[in-house]
Ligand binder design. Structure first.
Ligand code: ATP
Length: 260
């Protein structure tokens, strides 16, 4: 991350209410190119609401989400016409969902799951698409010999790695991840986290990762933001937030992990 870089994303006083229910309130932060931000907090604290507002999948109540495109144009995701938002989602963003089945096409092969986003961004040469799929399968430690197998024949951890490859193959600039290791065995989680850490740093992607697992924040994120009841109660460098929490809720969150 270069010190003079402009923020890739600027979230400014974002509020989201579902009728009378608060989703999130007054959320503001900047995210720089190549930076990984963890959003942590208990269930119902507003993490997914925030992520969905940032991706434009959920209409905000008030506030702005400004994104700097590859072409140097700053756009407000909240007011961007649907067609332009879809274009950005296809060409500049990735979204990794907790359940790989929500982020994969289960009725096409593993290779096609990786090849499709490439085709959607203009790749046409069958041989090079297949080569790229093969290289990515190797990257995510899946035997390229399984290229023509359906994702349903893969384990949960393999499916999640495939979803990650499907999202990263187009070299997005911003990836949003919602509990990417949730629902996996601890040993599978550790392997996935290692892989994510390597890929994110090699490809210099900016990431917002929503998690209730502080170990995920510790391993992946440069900065961590703590949410409680829809609001950000603490934010800073991950080590600082987790080793020296200032807010009572963060202290509780950190100490509850330390308890046997
Ligand atoms: N579609 C909806 N309609 C009404 N209220 C909602 C809706 N989605 C979320 N909420 C409410 O918004 C608040 C924040 O929920 P959100 O799902 O963003 O939290 P979260 O931190 O992501 O929780 P989890 O970790 O369980 O996914 C909660 O009170 C929730 O009940």
């Amino acid at each position: 991350m270069s010190p003079e870089a402009l923020p890739l994303l600027q979230v400014d006083h974002l509020d989201k209410c579902y009728g009378s229910i608060l989703g999130c309130r007054a959320v503001s932060f900047d995210l720089y190119p190549g930076e990984v931000l963890a959003v942590v907090g208990e269930s119902g604290s507003g993490k997914t609401t925030l992520l969905n507002c940032i991706s434009g999948n959920l209409e905000v109540s008030t506030g702005e989400v400004r994104y700097l495109t590859r072409h140097g144009q700053r756009v407000d995701v909240c007011t961007l016409p649907e067609v332009r938002r879809r274009y950005l989602a296809r060409t500049e963003w990735g979204i990794v969902r907790q359940n790989p089945r929500d982020g994969l096409r289960m009725d096409v092969s593993a290779g096609a799951n990786i090849g499709e986003p490439l085709m959607a961004t203009g790749a046409r040469h069958y041989g090079s698409i297949r080569n790229a799929a093969q290289t990515w399968l190797q990257q995510i430690e899946i035997d390229p010999g399984r290229m023509d197998d359906l994702p349903s024949t893969f384990s949960g951890g393999m499916q999640q790695r495939l979803q990650i490859a499907r999202n990263l193959v187009t070299q997005p600039r911003l990836v949003l991840m919602d509990e990417p290791t949730g629902g996996l065995d601890v040993s599978v989680q550790a392997r996935l986290l290692d892989l994510l850490r390597r890929l994110v740093s090699e490809l210099e992607i900016a990431v917002i990762v929503v998690t209730h697992d502080l170990a995920v924040a510790r391993l992946l994120a440069h900065r961590t933001m703590v949410m409680w009841r829809g609001e950000v109660v603490e934010a800073g460098l991950t080590d600082q937030v987790l080793d020296d929490p200032q807010h009572a809720y963060t202290q509780l969150l950190v100490s509850s992990v330390l308890m046997p």
